[in-house]
Design a protein around this ligand. Structure first.
Ligand SMILES: [Ca+2]
Length: 149
C-alpha cells in the first residue's frame, strides 16, 4: 500500500508524511486512545522491550532526506532507524518531550539519508521500549547524510 504523499511548502522540496500507526509490518501496539496515549492522533507504543515497525514508502525525488519522528516520551527511548536494511542512526527520537500524552508530542530527529526516487522500506526498531510515536516525516534537505554512530 502506498503511503500518503504530501506536497509541502518547505523551500527544500517534497516531504513524505506517514502516520506511525499505519505500519505495514510490526510488533508494536497501536493506541488510538484505548490505552490512554493516542487519543485523537493514533500512536504506536510498546509494552515489552524489543519491537519493530516497518513502512513501505514511495520517495518522489532522488535527494537527501531528513527523517523526523513525532513522538512523546518522559524519558530517553531512542530507536534505531534503518532504510532498506541500512542503519541511518542508533539515536532516532532520542531525548525527552516532557511526558507520554498527545499534548507532549514533539518532532525529534531521526537522521539524514540519501534516497533515490521510488520505493523504499523504512524500519524503526528498539531492543528497549518505544517512545509513543504519532507520525514520521521525510523531508528533502541539503543536510549531509548522517554518519553511523
Ligand atoms: Ca498518528
Amino acid at each position: 500500500m502506498a503511503m500518503f504523499l504530501a506536497s509541502c511548502g518547505s523551500t527544500d522540496g517534497p516531504s513524505v508524511v506517514i502516520q506511525a500507526e499505519n505500519f505495514n509490518r510490526g510488533t508494536v501496539t497501536i493506541d488510538k486512545g484505548e490505552h490512554g496515549y493516542g487519543q485523537g492522533i493514533g500512536v504506536i507504543l510498546t509494552f515489552k522491550p524489543s519491537a519493530f515497525a516497518e513502512y513501505d514508502i514511495e520517495i518522489p525525488k532522488s535527494t537527501n532526506y531528513s527523517v523526523e519522528i513525532r513522538c512523546a516520551s518522559a524519558g530517553p527511548r531512542p530507536v534505531r532507524v534503518l532504510v532498506d536494511g541500512q542503519l541511518v542512526t542508533e539515536h532516532g527520537a532520542e531525548g525527552t518531550t516532557g511526558g507520554f500524552l498527545p499534548e507532549h508530542q514533539k518532532w525529534l530527529e531521526g537522521g539524514v539519508v540519501s534516497l533515490t526516487r521510488g520505493k523504499h522500506m523504512l524500519r524503526l526498531e528498539s531492543d528497549g521500549v518505544f517512545p509513543h510515536i504519532d507520525q514520521l516525516r521525510l523531508s528533502a534537505t541539503s543536510k549531509a547524510v548522517t554518519t553511523k554512530s
